[in-house]
Design a binder for this molecule. Structure first.
Ligand SMILES: Nc1ncnc2c1ncn2[C@@H]1O[C@H](COP(=O)(O)OP(=O)(O)O)[C@@H](O)[C@H]1O
Ligand SMILES: [Mg+2]
Length: 257
């Protein structure tokens, strides 16, 4: 499989702090990867590097067939439209309806005027497609409901629908399930994996919950203090690795088990 993302010795600093340090890896097209690691380990920064919203201070990033270093503004714009991102707090507009939020996701590729028109008067084709997508993610009856009136789990599904409507080559989700109960979080993570398999898009999800990452992802990339400390299959992640990731003492490991 050709690669979706390729990082070579990537470092990104904030002032003197190295949020991501000398990170190298490759994610193949269609792969499903969970980014794990404690808070502050660099997951969000890494996701923003992958979706070309941040540029590295050092190192090279290749996304699909483009070198982020050398691509021009037009190519970068085109690239960003193929990378759907679900940001940590979903980035929905609460006063707008589900369908409007989903349409807004294509703003980047349609131009301002057309987006505004589509937002106010969705075409029949768009409405039909969005209806099908909302049906697939299980909230088809919420098409015309304002997002503010939806539950946390339903809002996650609107954010997923918005990403799907972009027909992405890759979907990057930053702790998409941090604000709901465990059962709903599990459903949402499972759904993301199924959609990636159905549509063939590359999936990269940062997750706080290690158990969920292990259950649903064939590959885990573990970060700590900006560096990669683990990259492998869930069954390769031993106790030592978990300790290295989360710096847990023996007692904490025992209490966790
Ligand atoms: N905009 C920023 N300005 C300064 N420091 C930042 C900024 N964003 C993140 N950081 C710092 O970079 C490090 C990594 O943060 P982040 O990528 O958000 O980690 P995570 O998503 O794993 O919690 C943290 O120490 C954080 O405080
Ligand atoms: Mg984060």
């Amino acid at each position: 499989m050709p690669s979706a993302f390729r990082l070579d010795n990537v470092t990104r600093r904030y002032g003197s702090l190295r949020a991501v340090e000398e990170v190298s890896f490759e994610i193949k097209r269609g792969e499903q990867v969970a980014l794990i690691g404690p808070s502050g380990s660099g997951k969000t920064t890494l996701i923003r590097l992958l979706n070309a919203m941040l540029s590295p201070d050092e190192g090279a990033i290749r996304v699909f067939d483009s070198d982020l270093d050398t691509c021009d503004a037009g190519e970068l714009r085109r690239l960003r439209t193929t990378l759907a991102t679900i940001p940590q707090h979903l980035g929905l507009v609460p006063t707008l309806t589900s369908i409007q939020n989903v349409i807004l996701g294509q703003g980047g590729s349609r131009g301002t005027l057309r987006s505004l028109r589509d937002l106010l008067f969705p075409s029949r084709a768009d409405a039909l497609e969005i209806h099908t997508i909302l049906d697939r993610v299980g909230i088809e009856e919420k098409l015309y409901t304002r997002v503010a009136r939806l539950s946390g789990g339903q809002q996650q599904r609107v954010a997923i629908a918005r990403a799907l409507f972009q027909h992405p080559a890759a979907l990057l989700a930053d702790e998409p399930v941090s604000s709901v109960d465990p059962a709903r979080a599990r459903d949402t993570v499972k759904l993301l994996g199924e959609l990636s398999a159905e549509h063939g898009f590359t999936l990269c999800v940062s997750l706080h919950d290690l158990a969920l990452a292990r259950e649903f992802f064939p590959r885990l990339i573990g970060m700590r203090k900006g560096r990669i400390v683990f990259d492998g299959a869930p069954d390769e992640l031993g106790e030592e690795d978990q300790r290295a990731l989360y710096d847990l003492s023996d007692e904490e490991m025992m209490a966790d088990a």
